[in-house]
Design a protein around this ligand. Structure first.
Ligand code: SAM
Length: 270
């Protein structure tokens, strides 16, 4: 199957998931409409004050995080390759009167359809494994960053994906950690946000090691300023995980800890 066919299947999936996510309690669009914040403590604390900053949000889904940054004063542009996602993002922006630009594009084609430089390039929670080529991803980030300004990502920790959860024995090493040109083919009903209720679909993902992520940025002229690791996740990645009062999900203490999220900030050379 060609990369293009993987791309088409994934884009179709995200169009379908967007319709399901608009109704999903996980996304709580009704709460967002009345002002509930969508961003989480990690990115809020680490990115700090964004007012007046030009922020480019890559793989923004239907834009609730993008619009939340706008509510906090950033001048935002959100990008996603799903037409359904971008159309819903634009309609939320209009309905709620939150100024934002949304561009429907494959991020690899973005330099051909979007002009300008940004103070912050932002991306988060479940983005990297949809991308085949991380070198090109790093190039796109560097292309849009103003010299001296920052790229920020908070994302699933790549090593977490090697595990399969077994009710008896806990976490078993079951999947390769390192990148392979041939993606994993996944069959699923519904999505992570709908408790696997919804239409059945097939999609394709690539694992990228943490080293690959870092090198894709370094080789494109970005300097890493921090890399943080967290033993918790934004949702239950394994069935035995428990939600804390702080809304983060953790493995029960007797299971030990592994990193479940990382955040990274990198600055483009002047
Ligand atoms: C898990 S979502 C990001 C979630 C987002 N942080 C949120 O909480 O809503 C991943 C997004 O990546 C988008 N995507 C996947 N591959 C893409 C590509 N090549 N170019 C642009 N967007 C892409 C999908 O359409 C989807 O909206």
């Amino acid at each position: 199957m060609s990369t293009d066919k993987y791309f088409q299947a994934n884009r179709q999936l995200w169009d379908q998931w967007t319709k399901e996510h608009e109704q999903a309690p996980f996304y709580n669009v009704a709460g967002f409409r009345v002002g509930k914040d969508r961003l989480r403590s990690i990115e809020l604390e680490e990115l700090g004050d964004v007012s007046g900053k030009r922020l480019l949000h890559l793989q923004c889904h239907f834009g609730m995080d993008t619009l939340t940054w706008a509510r906090r004063g950033a001048v935002v542009t959100g990008v996603d390759f799903s037409e359904e996602s971008i159309s819903l993002a634009r309609s939320l922006s209009q309905e709620l009167n939150i100024p934002a630009d949304f561009v429907c594009s494959d991020i690899y084609n973005l330099p051909n359809v979007l002009a300008g430089e940004f103070d912050i390039v932002f991306t988060s929670y479940g983005v990297l494994h949809w991308l085949r080529d991380l070198q090109r991803w790093g190039e796109v980030i560097a292309h849009f960053l103003k010299p001296g300004e920052i790229f920020y990502i908070v994302e699933d920790y790549p090593f977490m994906r090697v595990f399969h959860a077994d009710a008896e024995t806990g976490l078993q090493v079951s999947n390769p950690y390192f990148f392979s040109e041939t993606p994993d083919q996944v069959e699923m009903e519904g999505s992570y946000a709908t408790d696997n209720r919804g239409e059945k679909a097939t999609f394709y993902i690539w694992n990228h090691s943490l080293g690959e992520v870092i090198n894709a940025l370094i080789t494109n002229g970005l300097r890493i300023e921090f890399l943080h690791e967290f033993p918790y996740a934004a949702r239950a990645k394994f069935p035995m995980m428990e939600k804390g009062d702080d809304n983060w999900w953790r493995l029960p203490p007797q299971r030990g800890t592994i990193p479940l999220l990382f955040s990274l900030q990198a600055r483009k050379d002047r």
